[in-house]
Design a binder for this molecule. Structure first.
Ligand SMILES: *[C@@H]1O[C@H](CO)[C@@H](O)[C@H](O)[C@H]1NC(C)=O
Ligand SMILES: [Zn+2]
Length: 570
């Protein structure tokens, strides 16, 4: 029945002449058609990720949504042979940070700089084109240095005294893993002396601050003003579109920025759909008066969830563990909030109708998040099972990195959604086992396949990791670093390969699952009638690619709401 019906509709809505044209051109009709007309798009093949019709060849778009999706068995094969491109639903990143990503794009890249001289050369070159950077209001930013390239010697603030141009310059450069920053003398002058000891932090050289010690500097970092934020959003969205990304979950947006987003979301540059998680000005509080649930009529901006924070990160021993760290027996990390408050705030937001998403890395943090969700589900729905209640509330755990086996079972029972970053696993795999010990790593850490029944939402946490979803897919299906292609032993076995996902499962994690996790199922992450007309065009089908080349896929076109927002040059 999928064959005749769409043809009738095209016939009625665009007329016979157009229909004839479609069959001849085989590709995209004129992009100049006004809003309420139907456009038809045909490709070599279309993966819809829909259960109705999994593979199609054409679809029509009406009012920024997919209209009819169909297999074209009327057109001559010779015409079909001229069609190009393999289509997938537009990709979603389930956890990223939009403004910070835009900010990271506005910085000098020090990745791969293999000597101090090279670092200096890049800084000088960057400063020549960006003369406005380096003032007290707008520090010069960079990212990607690694002291391994400086003969293992830490850099110092004096290394940033590179001639006249760099005198009195405010500069802050992130280490390749963003766990240390290297700052200039001018920034150091802002700090109190003597510098205090910071638990979980280190100052390995004059001007270098690692992990929690970074807070000493970040406290003085000038927050970008509104004009710069607008620029960050614009640049970030353009870059995300290049990567085939049509939607993101912004994992923590303060009320002031939600207002900015709402305004921007009706404009031309807003080319990525955003599902924003509210972050109150004071973390882990209830601030309903400052925000509102909303979905803009154009479907480009949604607010229905809140972000809470249970703990910190594993790298800096900041994640809250049930048992002490294996490589630091004096510590089991720390909670950012106690169990009572976490449960109370979760319940308050849930009662007010919001989805609650808790950042939890360590197994203690994950346990308390599940406790809070379970209690909330029981009080919200006294007459149904917590699992049924969860299908309405869709509570999520952001990162869900280290989870005790008992709690994995509880998550599965309750249906708590894990929001996972496959590249965090491959970035952390080098040190995770020393932090956690072998048994705990094996039983608890960076599960993916074990959590599959929960339809994990996948993401990158950009700018902490590269925003490329293809790197995320690669990490998920190989459990190897997308940068090196290797696991921690330098092999190709993959790190705990029993936790790999299939390509299909990874794709679901970047399409359907984030749609469900944002209450947008049927509207996003799928090509079917009524869904947002968001799609990407690739040169080859992902399924037939060598997994090694998956990490470097270059998207040919990205479409959002029936509009092409990116086309690869050349
Ligand atoms: C939990 O934290 C809150 C807020 O900081 C505090 O008022 C309360 O006493 C703490 N409760 C417990 C049991 O420590
Ligand atoms: Zn994050």
């Amino acid at each position: 029945m999928t064959t005749l019906y769409p043809y009738l509709l095209i016939f009625i809505s665009i007329g016979l002449a157009r229909l004839a044209y479609l069959f001849i051109s085989g590709d995209v009709l004129s992009p100049q058609i006004p809003d309420h007309s139907v456009t038809t798009h045909c490709y070599k093949s279309i993966r819809t990720l829909s259960w109705d019709l999994s593979h199609a060849e054409c679809f029509t778009v009406l009012d920024e949504k997919f209209h009819h999706v169909f297999v074209d068995d009327k057109t001559h094969d010779t015409v079909k042979d001229t069609r190009t491109g393999y289509v997938y639903p537009g990709l979603w990143d389930g956890h990223g940070h939009l403004i910070q990503y835009g900010e990271s794009l506005d910085s000098v890249s020090l990745f791969g700089a293999d000597s101090m001289d090279e670092v200096k050369r890049r800084l000088v070159e960057y400063k020549t084109t960006r003369s406005e950077q380096g003032t007290s209001e707008q520090w010069l930013r960079g990212v990607g240095w690694d002291q391994a390239h400086f003969d293992g010697k830490w850099p110092t603030s004096s290394d940033l005294e590179i001639g006249e141009n760099f005198k009195d310059l405010y500069a802050m450069l992130d280490r390749v893993d963003v766990h240390c920053i290297w700052v200039s003398d001018k920034v150091l002058e802002l700090l109190p002396l003597p510098l205090p000891d910071v638990p979980g932090g280190e100052i390995p050289a004059k001007g270098v601050f690692c992990d929690n010690a970074m807070d000493l500097v970040l406290e003085h970092y000038p927050k970008p003003n509104k004009a710069r934020k607008l620029q960050f959003v614009k640049n970030a969205m353009a870059e995300l579109n290049k990567l085939g990304i049509v939607g993101i979950h912004d994992a923590g947006v303060v009320p002031k920025d939600l207002k900015i987003y709402e305004k921007l979301s009706s404009g031309d540059h807003w080319s990525v759909r955003v599902n924003a998680m509210i972050e109150c000005d004071f973390r882990n509080t209830f601030c309903p008066e400052a925000v509102e649930k909303l979905s803009t009529p154009n479907g480009k901006f949604h607010v229905s969830s809140v972000k809470l924070f249970a703990d910190g990160a594993l790298g800096s021993w900041g994640s809250a563990m049930i048992e002490p760290y294996s490589d630091k027996p004096s510590s089991s990390g720390s909670l950012l909030v106690n169990a009572t408050t976490l449960s109370k705030v979760t319940n308050e937001w849930a009662l007010a109708g919001y989805q609650v998403n808790i950042h939890a890395i360590g197994d203690l943090a994950n346990r308390l998040a599940i406790d809070a969700f379970e209690a909330a589900l029981k009080s919200l729905c006294p007459h149904t099972t917590p699992h049924e209640c969860q299908t309405q509330h869709r509570f999520r755990i952001e990162h869900a990195q280290i989870i005790h086996p008992d709690d994995q079972r509880r998550m599965l029972e309750l249906g708590i959604i894990p929001s996972i970053q496959p590249t965090h696993a491959t970035s952390d795999m080098g040190y995770a086992e020393s932090r956690l010990g072998q048994q705990r790593t094996k039983d608890e850490a960076y599960r993916m396949r074990s959590l599959l029944p929960l339809h994990p939402i996948l993401g990158s946490d950009f700018p902490v990791e590269p925003a490329s979803i293809f790197e995320g897919i690669y990490a998920a299906i190989t459990r190897r670093s997308p940068r090196t292609g290797l696991d921690p032993s330098g092999d190709k076995t993959g790190w705990y390969p029993e936790e790999t996902l299939t390509l299909e499962q990874a794709l679901q994690g970047f399409t359907f699952n984030p749609a469900y996790g944002a209450f947008l199922e049927g509207k996003a992450g799928v090509i079917k009638m009524g869904a947002y007309a968001d799609w990407i065009v690739l040169d080859e089908p992902l399924e037939s690619m060598d997994p090694e080349s998956l990490r470097n896929v270059a998207v040919r076109e990205t479409w959002v709401g029936g509009k092409r927002v990116f086309r690869r040059p050349g």
